[in-house]
Ligand binder design. Structure first.
Ligand SMILES: C[S@@+](CC[C@H](N)C(=O)[O-])C[C@H]1O[C@@H](n2cnc3c(N)ncnc32)[C@H](O)[C@@H]1O
Length: 431
């Protein structure tokens, strides 16, 4: 790569090349050659769900958050897409925030690569970039132009693309202004010392208590103690601590040991491989959840154990564990109802299963897999209209269903397969 840039600049001398490199033009060419911009719309959909359903309600209710912006109008959510590549992540944020009822949300999107930014500003994409976007969402926000899709003016207005190098200091930019930062699949470009510097810049650019989302393979471990790890429904992200001395786990919550965390990762890998018996063996090695179950960690272990017991045919054990979680309400209760529905169906009690899937969808109306099962069982009971409605709802929701729920409740199907079942069934197919 360096050889190519030396040749392009008519020199074989690295010293001379470093002189050339101070020009904007050569820095841009080097950035384009070195950076990889793989990205697509709604990548890791669970992050967008956590942002709109968990993070923003908390942010907007915070008493110390400024109520109005520089123009005197209400200050809507402010999100930074850092390493935005060709813009798909930034526009996905704009779409999700607008759909969640935040028309005054503003996204700032930065990248070092000017070619990627030009593409982002053009806002013109192929269907490959849109591969996981539901057709209805696509129609609402992008206009088709031949083989391409062009973002609509409302999205354009919501996003401000700027060229910035994350590795360079810029005190005018890195000051508190954002509720959340998405910096996914970018830190891996940097050496550990630069990573730590970049994370310090993020801490400086977040409002107090703001949030940071990293790619699924990235972590702040060993890089920063300014953030605390958060978890919602199996999705991990970070929150800027109000006080740097604050412990990683919230007060009153039991944190898992490193060995337990590793065992749990192993359990999930075994579930992915559909080796449920082996997964049950490993989960039994993890310290038993406290009773009553409170912390996100204990909830996760108890629920996964219940799912595995159901797979192993221990329906009484699975039912007992799931019932303990019902009182928690919301998404936890919805997951517990899903386990109970599975147990009922294994006992050939379709009516009981239908009632539990209905309760799951009521406890968490965004639970796509619950709607899918409601569709399937409604059709079995002859309720064609109810089935149609449930499948349509499931199709819209499955896109942002968390990986964890697809894994635990998807019956061995991945997201695409579940979506395809919904589409086929909502056209009147039979199961
Ligand atoms: C793999 S893309 C990630 C795109 C998007 N965040 C996602 O996850 O889909 C990585 C992006 O990071 C950008 N990048 C790498 N180093 C950077 C730096 N020093 N400053 C700003 N952006 C950088 C690259 O130009 C590239 O567009």
């Amino acid at each position: 790569m360096l050889q190519q840039r030396l040749l392009a600049n008519g020199t074989g001398d690295v010293g001379h090349y470093l002189d050339v490199l101070v020009t904007d033009e050569e820095l841009a060419a080097l950035a384009s050659a070195l950076t990889i911009g793989e990205t697509y719309f709604l990548r890791q959909p669970e992050h967008f769900q956590v942002l709109t359903r968990t993070v923003l309600p908390e942010r907007l209710a915070r008493p110390d958050r400024p109520r109005s912006g520089a123009d005197g109008g209400p200050l809507g959510p402010r999100v930074l897409s850092a390493g935005c590549a060709s813009g798909e992540e930034a526009y996905s944020l704009a779409i999700t925030l607008a759909e969640a009822g935040h028309p005054s949300a503003r996204i700032t999107a930065i990248d070092v690569n000017p070619g990627a930014l030009a593409k982002a500003r053009a806002g013109r994409y192929t269907s490959w970039s849109m591969r996981v976007v539901p057709p209805a969402v696509q129609r609402r926000w992008l206009a088709q132009d031949g083989d391409h899709f062009v973002v609509n003016p409302q999205l354009r207005d919501a996003v401000d693309f700027r060229r910035r190098n994350l590795a360079m200091p810029d005190p005018t930019f890195w000051r508190p202004g954002f509720d959340a930062i998405f910096c996914r699949n970018v830190l891996m470009y940097f050496a550990p010392t630069v990573m730590a510097e970049v994370v310090r810049r993020f801490a400086a650019a977040l409002m107090p208590g703001g949030y940071l989302f990293l790619g699924s393979a990235e972590t702040l471990r060993g890089l920063s103690d300014e953030f605390e790890l958060c978890e919602t429904d199996g999705t991990f992200y970070y929150r800027l601590s109000d006080s740097p001395a604050r412990p990683v786990a919230a007060a009153g919550r039991r944190g898992p040991s490193g060995a337990d965390r590793e065992s749990f990762e192993e359990v999930l890998d075994l579930v992915r491989a559909e080796r449920f018996g082996a997964a049950l063996g490993v989960i039994e090695r993890i310290e038993a959840p406290a009773t009553p179950v409170h912390s996100p960690w204990d909830t996760e272990v108890a629920l996964t154990r219940a799912v595995l017991l159901a797979h192993a045919g221990d329906l009484a054990g699975a039912t007992r564990d799931a019932q303990r979680l019902l009182g928690r309400g919301g998404q936890v209760a919805a997951d517990a109802h899903a386990v109970l529905a599975t147990c009922r169906e294994s006992n050939a009690d379709e009516r009981g299963a239908l009632l539990h899937w209905r309760a799951a969808a009521q406890a968490d109306p965004g639970f796509g897999i619950a709607h899918l099962h409601l569709g399937r069982l409604s059709r079995h009971t002859g309720d064609g209209v109810g089935a149609e409605r449930a499948y349509e709802r499931a199709t819209g929701l499955l896109l942002t269903e968390t990986e964890r729920r697809v894994l635990l409740f998807g019956g061995g199907f991945n997201r695409e397969a579940l979506l395809s079942v919904c589409r086929t069934m909502s056209r009147g197919g039979r199961s």
